[in-house]
Design a protein around this ligand. Sequence first.
Ligand SMILES: [Ca+2]
Ligand SMILES: [Ca+2]
Length: 283
Amino acid sequence: MDMERLQDELRMFKDRHFPQQRLRSSLTVYVLLALSYLLIIILFVVSLSRVSVLSSQLSEQRSELKQNHSSNEFKLSVLSSQLSELRSELKQNHSSNEFKLSVLSSQLSEQRSELKQNHSSNEFKLSVLSSQLSELRSELKWNRSSNEFKLFPCGPEAREWEYFSGKCYYFSLRVTSWQTAKALCEEKHAQLAIINSHAKQNFIMYRTRDKRFWIGLSDQNAEGEWKWIDGSDSTAGFTYWKEGEPSDSNHNEDCAHVWTYGEWNDVHCTYECYYICEKPVPL
Ligand SMILES: [Ca+2]
Ligand SMILES: [Ca+2]
């Protein structure tokens, strides 16, 4: 009984307080919904504002870019125009330079040709002059040798040789034996002097001045048969013995020399005195 009463009371209580609780809960939901909408609207407005700002910045940048683009296009156009002018100018200069180069090349070719002609002409002149010079040299040489021959028939370089009557004579400055003197004359392509004329005797006499000089006369092969060095017999021709000579003193005097006043004397062949060589005039 009591339990049923209690359940009835509880049911009654619930029926009395439930509408108020429902109303309270609905209000809370509405308030929350309103707050949510408000928040959404605020967020939307904020977003819209930011989009607007960004859009404005984007528009400005676009405009700026557009201006820059236009400016760059203008600069590019100017540069292109200048480049075109430069190209044109270069082309003109190139043509002008090619023309100048062609003219210079032509002038160079002409000068080369002229130089070549001059060179040939100069070579010919040089050849003629060289030939004339050679002839003059030859003539001069001939004149010189002719004059030298007239002045020095025994040779301009041979001061020790003296000319007489178509032959050259050497008067030694050293003394030696007859055999050595003979050999020394042969070394000079000469022989001991042969005196076969009075004129030659006089020439030798004045040159020997009383000194003793071997001459090419001996009787070595046969005593008493005085022969010249060329094999000719002296007794048959000119002689100029000193008085009492040849004496063959001590039977040992087989070689002859000129002595005082150029007179001849026989003496032993190992005696040492000067000597006279004789040779033909060199050609
Ligand atoms: Ca003798
Ligand atoms: Ca003697």
